[in-house]
Design a binder for this molecule. Sequence first.
Ligand SMILES: [Zn+2]
Length: 414
Amino acid sequence: MNFNKYYFFLLMFLIINIFISCGSDIASLIEEDAEPITYKFGYEESKYVFEEKKVGRGDTFGDILEKQGIDYPLIYEALEKTKNDVNFRVLQRGKPYTLIFTNDSIPSLKAFVYHPTIEGYSLIQLRDSIFGKTFKKDRTYKDLSASGTIDNSLYLTLQEQSIDPLLTYYLSDIYAWTIDFFRLDKGDKFKVIYTQAYVDDTIPVEITKVKAAYFIHKGVESYAFEYETDSIKGIVEYLDQDAKNLRRAFLQSPIKFGRISSRYNLRRRIPLYGNRIRPHRGTDFAAPIGTPILSTADGTITEVSYTRANGRYVKVKHNNTYTTQYLHMQKANVKVGQSIEQGDVIGWVGMTGNTSGPHVCYRFWKHGREVDPFRQKLPEAKPINESLKKKYLNDIVFIKSQIDSIIIKNKTSI
Ligand SMILES: [Zn+2]
């Protein structure tokens, strides 16, 4: 009995021991697997505390650091030392940034990281050694297609399909002079082949361009193919199925960014003038004082002058048919007789003459009559030469067959 008991305990001891040793082996294995060293923005996650915040209104790099108790001389030194590696001059409101603190009893700020998009980040390390670093993920690209039937607007049709709204912007730009996107008809149809950029192979970040598009508006078909018409200057245009340029000889707007504050309207009523009709024969583009004003087409300067109503203005003769005029300038940048090209800066936005706010009043003359440029069938930009046209018609065969093979989606049923 004792003997048995002895053996029993011995056996138990051995078994337990085996389990213990196995157990500890397993535990150490798990330990190695469970806690691999991970990094965030290049810092070991277990050794630092990461605090993510969003850029507030008017926040600057200096403000954010000062709030963390960093003295101005250190902020200045950090910016000086890293000026070739990072750029924190403008932090976009609402974009995320991360403060990295040491994991000590008294945490101190080790680094500042600005990461406005998932595509990358910029970082300044403030302790131990000061340095700056900008990191950007590699992109991959894929061609995708979309199509639809307009019910309300192109924007909403694309939104229903969860496509980046940037595509609306690209399409309205390509067809700016041939289709009025504010007056699309219900039932208009479109197809498009575009390039989508990704990071980490699967996360979409941006549509980079439209390669080909197709629209049926008021029963008329219009193709657009992206094409390099000048390889030396790297000029890329959109041409239609007959090699006609979709761009017109005139820019849509004499300023790059801004909004139309008042359209051409012969029946405009102004309360200030007793609600009488005061026709507006120009299109007003509101923009800050000093914004460059561009000539909307090639031409010759015929007037640089000043009147009480117009303020400082410039008039450009484009050919025997078209003349444009730009009013209320702060300053003109051209002289009478000078030849200019489309997009040249002819002056700057001001509020000279009879105006209540900074804007450029853009006037458009056809055969000596003032007309609404947005209602004109404007001439095509320089047509491409015959030999390039032949090459173009040959080069688009494949992509045209691709776009033709897309079956247009009817209104998606939700
Ligand atoms: Zn005006």
